[in-house]
Design a protein around this ligand. Structure first.
Ligand code: HAM
Length: 439
């Protein structure tokens, strides 16, 4: 029996997206600003694999963290290794630091990266399954000055991109010395109110009580308001560290708000944690427009002095941050931030006839080598159609080369605004065009 052919059309997987040509200018801009800032602060680029051994993330972020428990793409390789698509950058960078002996770099190692990350989340605005982060890690120094500097770098990057209405929320979640006593108090507070907790928080109470402070459920938010504050329980070292970070931020005039409930969802953090929020009011909807107040985390990070030891290495204090590139670009569009196109032709080549077309091909190379952005419509034969394309491209000048011009060794230069035309000798055309464009 003949099987009917099924015509299959493919669609991208849920939570992913294509970055189409029209959007590339935003991506280039964000990458460029971030790289420029990273280099300005003496950061070196690092690229780590997109997949790692799955337990690298389990050991660092914590087996009960949302990222590891619910969001990791884990797969078994043909060789039997359990691998995971990286859900975030910090563990891979720390692994690379230790594995490659980057202890020998001038200390601290200041590293930055840009690339894709993967989390199996319920997709919604600003939340994807494949997303991109720009990250910074300062490895090998415990001085609070780096906490302030990294926070400042994120703020500067966002400002340089033209984003408005930014706010840093900051907290200290202490260290292994002060956290246990606080955890006991927290558990006591929540145990007395366990019946009112959401299902996830009932579990968190047993597995990882610090994360109770992270819950966004309405009923848990209410309980959180009166929960004990870690800030009041910091040991002397953590207290002094946090005080210094805030003083450095004041010195840099970075605005921030203290948020004693900010804990972040990853086990490796110690002392300073922070998030960069964008809070604004914007209009949404089609015919029925509504004003929406929104609060979006553009980035976040903190100190992770214990991570190297959690991964079985020596004691290496560290601090870092990551920003979500999709979210930044989404806001740039929403705030109508202008970004120059990546390429815009200065001149347009118009050809006619076999010989004209041949000479145009050569002229195109000469113009390109001279750094003159040149548009063309080589596939079109009609002069009118080519001039219309030139008009649409918004060029100042068109260069017309037909059979006769090719034989005479000249090019006709047409001023697109006035319509005036002049013939220029072929060998002088690059220089003359350059001069004309400068004017
Ligand atoms: P994170 O807060 O999990 O931190 O992610 C940083 C940023 O990545 C978020 O603020 C958000 O803008 C963006 N992001 C996270 N998940 C998604 C998603 N599903 N879709 C779109 N954007 C997303 C970290 O990843 C830490 N590694 C940051 C760090 C570096 N801490 C120390 N060093």
């Amino acid at each position: 029996m003949a099987t009917a052919k099924i015509k299959k059309t493919y669609q991208k997987p849920k939570g992913t997206f294509d970055i189409l040509p029209e959007d590339q200018k935003y991506w280039e801009k964000v990458r460029k600003v971030f790289k420029h800032i990273a280099l300005g602060y003496g950061f070196d680029r690092i690229d780590t694999p997109i997949f790692e051994h799955a337990d690298l993330f389990g050991t660092s972020a914590g087996e009960t963290s949302d990222i590891v428990e619910k969001q990791m793409y884990v797969f078994k390789s043909k060789g039997g290794d359990m691998l995971a698509l990286r859900p975030e950058g910090t563990p891979g960078v720390m692994r690379a630091f230790m594995e490659n002996g980057l202890f020998n770099m001038p200390s601290p190692a200041k590293l930055y990266y840009l690339g894709p990350f993967f989390r199996y989340e319920q997709p919604q605005a600003g939340r994807y399954r494949q997303f991109h982060q720009a990250g910074l890690e300062v490895i090998g120094d415990k001085d609070p000055i780096y906490d302030a500097q990294v926070i400042n770098m994120l703020v500067i990057a966002a400002e340089e991109l033209g984003l408005k209405n930014l706010n840093i929320e900051i907290n200290s979640i202490g260290c292994n010395k002060c956290r246990p006593a606080f955890r006991t108090q927290l558990v006591r507070y929540y145990r007395a109110r366990a019946a009112k907790l959401c299902k996830d928080c009932k579990r968190r109470l047993k597995e990882n009580p610090m994360r109770l402070l992270d819950c966004k459920e309405e009923k848990c938010e209410q309980l959180k308001a009166h929960a004990p504050n870690l800030i009041d329980h910091l040991c002397e070292e953590c207290h002094d560290h946090f005080k210094c970070v805030l003083e450095y931020l004041d010195e840099l005039e970075v605005p921030y708000s203290l948020n004693s409930h900010l804990v972040r969802g990853l086990d490796y953090y110690t002392k300073t944690v922070f998030e960069l929020f964008l809070e604004d009011e914007h209009v949404e909807g089609g015919s029925e427009k509504t004003h929406q107040r929104s609060r979006l985390a553009l980035g976040g990070g903190g100190r992770y002095d214990n991570l190297s030891k959690m991964l079985g290495g020596r004691d290496v204090p560290a601090m870092g941050a990551g920003v979500g590139m999709e979210r930044i670009i989404g806001i740039m569009k929403r705030q109508s931030i202008k970004v120059a196109p990546l390429w815009k032709p200065d001149v347009f080549l118009v050809q006619l006839g076999v010989l004209g077309k041949k000479k145009c091909l050569k002229l195109f190379e000469e113009l390109r080598k001279a750094g003159i952005a040149t548009g063309e419509a080589f596939g079109k034969d009609s002069i009118q159609a080519q001039l219309r394309s030139a008009d649409r491209a918004g060029v100042k000048l068109s260069l017309i080369l037909g059979q006769k011009e090719a034989i005479d060794g000249v090019v006709i230069v047409r001023d697109m605004e006035s319509g005036s035309q002049e013939a220029i000798a072929m060998e002088k055309v690059v220089k003359i065009i350059k001069d004309k464009l400068k004017k």
